[in-house]
Design a protein around this ligand. Structure first.
Ligand SMILES: [Zn+2]
Length: 247
């Protein structure tokens, strides 16, 4: 049996982190195979088994939240199943991993090499527009004394500009509200680039350009590697992104 599929960001080398893929789990059918969400219609025994495999492979305690496409960042001091409503988690407790789950929405992992504090952020289009990326940076600054210029970030697998077709109105809102390079607005086939939008928002929050890595992996394009809510028409699993604090 192979272990759970986990991708890493070069920029976070040396930190315990990862973006799970759909590979190496026990789930079947539409949730094949490493589905990590208990609320998407999968067999609960399979989901438990998948979490056991991830815990065994990483040795981490995962601090999770009930994601609601908002902008709240919860501070975690221990592993927790999703209960609190929030869309990002920060922590400075060694061995505790800030963790968000996604299947098209973009996961952002942030790390402060100076304090060892970290954050995981769930950025769908709504959260991106509302500034969840800067809320993640702010949490590390205000709670852990981080300087934005010191932070490292990885923008993980999510639906890419290749596949994220939106209404013309939404594309215009991104061009006006974020940046004209974050969307293409046409009568037909308007696109939003959530990777680019979040990179820009992190930079506006004070991060350096060369301290942000875009993985550039599209969940919708890569059917064998990732779950995609849009491609799979809403019946699919969830992958997670996680990063552990260092003491
Ligand atoms: Zn794509």
């Amino acid at each position: 049996m192979t272990g759970p599929g986990i991708l890493r960001a070069r920029i976070l080398a040396g930190l315990r982190h990862g973006f799970t893929t759909r590979e190496g789990g026990a789930s079947l059918g539409r949730h094949e195979s490493l589905n990590l969400s208990p609320t998407v219609g999968d067999d609960p025994a399979h989901v438990r088994e998948n979490w056991e495999r991830l815990r065994a492979a990483t040795g981490l305690a995962f601090a999770r939240v009930r994601q609601v496409h908002g902008c709240r960042v919860v501070e975690a001091s221990a592993g927790a199943d999703p209960a609190e409503e929030a869309d990002a988690v920060s922590t400075s407790v060694a061995g505790v991993a800030a963790c968000v789950s996604v299947a098209d929405c973009v996961p952002l992992l942030l790390a402060d090499p100076r304090s060892g504090a970290v954050a995981a952020v769930h950025a769908g289009w709504r959260g991106t527009m509302d500034g969840i990326a800067s809320a993640g940076v702010r949490a590390l600054v205000e709670r852990h004394g981080a300087r934005p210029g010191d932070l490292l970030a990885a923008v993980g697998p999510g639906i890419g500009p290749c596949c994220f077709e939106v209404s013309r109105d939404l594309a215009i809102r991104f061009r006006d509200g974020v940046d004209r390079t974050a969307a293409v607005a046409r009568e037909r086939g308007s696109r939003v680039d959530l990777w680019r939008a979040n990179e820009l928002l992190l930079r506006r929050a004070g991060m350096g350009r060369n301290r942000i890595e875009l993985l550039g992996r599209c969940t919708s394009c890569e059917e064998r590697v990732f779950f995609s809510h849009r491609r799979d028409e809403g019946v699919t699993g969830r992958q997670v992104a996680f990063i552990a604090a260092v003491s």
